[in-house]
Design a protein around this ligand. Structure first.
Ligand code: ZN
Length: 302
């Protein structure tokens, strides 16, 4: 219904604006006096987003806010267009899920080619707090870097890739300083506020101004499907206002709130509004599928 993408054409001519509809509950219904509640009432999650879909060899989309800046290349790839067999079908980007390594390599080469990257950097994602800052003076020759969940760089033509199946891939871009971050953020990342920590590092290491940063939150577990039965044990109390119904949380709104708390402007944050668990036809979902692949979010300075 929403993924009608015309085939063929060149990479810039077939971008199509398609309205994406959120399948989940629209708003937080709780009335408490925490700061997040006022944040939510002032910043309702939009029920649709205009994503720029491209189908060349691979299908991917770009975010409208990030696409305005020629200094940044980015794309959120789907699970389509790769060579992996079920249950990793087909554009699996992760070596860590028992897919055939040769297939993963072929998939990564396709992604690299689509983005036009010299090198594709990705992490051993660990749901931790480690943030990698990649600069000319510390840049090694290996494409796989140590356990970490966020990368920040000011180096051009080095594509930062995050792999997901329900977790959020979040791109943060500074168009003034030309610095980009790509963050892997699951619920543990939200609990640790990795987004806030990345913004602090961008500020400290690159003199970025948080109010000038742009961000985009990718396809991931939506409020329709983010059930946490043990939330009382794993979430801090200030997440309570983000509970949309019993045991279900709006992790998109939590990320948005954490970015705003770090100094970003709400209007500079884009949400894809796509729930991975609801859309396994397009994306991988760990919750829906268990053994499955990981799709890729990629960002690169030109
Ligand atoms: Zn869902």
């Amino acid at each position: 219904m929403i993924y009608l993408i015309p085939p063929g054409g060149n990479i810039f001519s077939v971008m199509v604006r398609i309205r994406m509809h959120d399948q989940g509950p629209k708003k937080n219904s709780l009335q408490t006096s925490h700061f997040p509640t006022s944040f939510l009432s002032e910043n309702p999650i939009p029920d649709s987003s205009d994503l720029l879909w491209t189908q060349e060899d691979l299908t991917y989309f770009r975010y409208p806010n990030l696409s305005l800046h020629p200094g940044l290349v980015h794309g959120v790839f789907t699970r389509r267009g790769g060579v992996s067999d079920p249950p990793y079908d087909s554009l699996n980007s992760a070596y860590t899920v028992a897919d055939r390594p040769a297939n993963v390599t072929a998939n990564l080469n396709k992604i690299k080619k689509a983005i036009g990257a010299e090198q594709l950097m990705f992490m051993t994602q660990a749901h931790g707090e480690n943030i990698l800052v990649l600069r000319q003076d510390n840049f090694g020759s290996h494409s796989e870097v140590p356990p970490a969940d966020a990368m920040i760089t000011d180096m051009p033509r080095i594509a930062l890739m995050v792999k997901q199946a329900d977790c959020q891939g979040i791109i943060i871009f500074d168009p003034e300083k030309e610095v980009v971050a790509n963050v892997h953020c699951g619920w543990r990342g939200n609990v640790q506020n990795i987004l806030g920590n990345v913004v602090v590092r961008m500020k400290r290491d690159f003199d970025c101004r948080p109010s000038g940063l742009l961000a985009a939150v990718g396809p991931s577990l939506g409020p329709c499907c983010a059930e946490f039965l043990s939330h009382e044990n794993i979430f801090p109390r200030h997440f309570d206002p983000f509970m949309v119904r019993e045991n279900y949380f709006d992790l998109w709104a939590i990320s948005c709130w954490q970015l705003v708390s770090a100094g970003l402007k709400r209007e500079n944050i884009e949400l894809s509004g796509i729930c991975t668990r609801c859309r396994t036809d397009m994306f991988y979902s760990y919750r829906a599928e268990g053994v499955t692949g990981r799709f890729a979010t990629v960002a690169m300075l030109r």
